[in-house]
Write a protein that binds this ligand. Structure first.
Ligand code: RP5
Length: 175
C-alpha cells in the first residue's frame, strides 16, 4: 500500500458522501490518502492516536470535515504541525443548515490555523491538499496543472457552444 500523504477524517459516517469528494479528486490527482471516522467529541483519544500514527507514516496534510459543533478540524490542528484543511458540512441533525459548522471551523484562535473551504467543499479541500503535496512532488504538480487546464478548456468549450447556438437553444438542451 502507498504511504497516505493525506489523512482524511470525518466526525461521523453520515459525513461520508460529502467527504468522499476529497478522496475522489485526490485519487484523480495521484495522491494516496487514508480515510477515517474519528469524532473529536466521541472518540477523542482514538483521534489523537491516529494523528500520531499517520504522521509517523509520512502524512503531509490533513483534511478534516464535520458538521454541527464541528470541533474536529481544530482538534486535529491542536495536535499537529502539519497543515489542516477544514470542511464545514451540512448535517441532517443540524437545525442551522451548516452555519454552525462554518463558524466552528473558521473561527480558530490566533496561532492555530485551519484552512477552511466552503460549506460541503470536499472537492476544493482535495485539490488544495494536492497543491500542498505538489510543492515537493513534481508528478502531482503536473497532474494539478493538467486538472486546471482541463477545467479551463471545458469552460471555453461551453462558451463556444453558447456563441454558436445562442442562449435559447442552449437553455433548451439543459432541460
Ligand atoms: C458531527 O455531528 C458529525 O461530523 C456529523 O456531521 C454530525 C452528526 O453526527 P451523527 O449523529 O450523524 O453521527 O460530529
Amino acid at each position: 500500500m502507498n504511504t497516505a500523504l493525506v489523512g482524511i477524517v470525518m466526525g461521523s459516517d453520515s459525513d461520508l458522501a460529502l467527504m468522499a469528494e476529497s478522496a475522489k479528486v485526490l485519487e484523480q490527482l495521484g495522491v494516496a490518502s487514508e480515510m477515517r471516522v474519528l469524532s473529536a467529541h466521541r472518540v477523542p483519544e482514538d483521534l489523537v492516536k491516529w494523528i500520531r500514527d499517520i504522521e509517523a507514516r509520512g502524512c503531509k496534510v490533513f483534511i478534516a470535515g464535520a458538521g454541527m459543533a464541528a470541533a474536529l478540524p481544530g482538534t486535529v490542528a491542536a495536535h499537529t504541525t502539519l497543515p489542516v484543511i477544514g470542511i464545514p458540512l451540512t448535517s441532517s441533525s443540524s437545525a442551522l443548515g451548516g452555519l454552525d459548522a462554518v463558524l466552528s471551523i473558521v473561527q480558530m484562535p490566533p496561532g492555530v490555523p485551519v484552512a477552511t473551504v466552503g460549506l460541503n467543499g470536499g472537492k476544493n479541500a482535495g485539490v488544495l491538499a494536492a497543491q500542498i503535496v505538489a510543492l515537493t512532488d513534481a508528478s502531482v504538480s503536473e497532474k494539478v496543472a493538467a486538472h486546471k487546464a482541463k477545467q479551463s478548456s471545458e469552460v471555453l468549450a461551453k462558451d463556444a457552444k453558447l456563441q454558436e447556438k445562442g442562449y435559447k437553444a442552449y437553455l433548451e438542451e439543459q432541460k
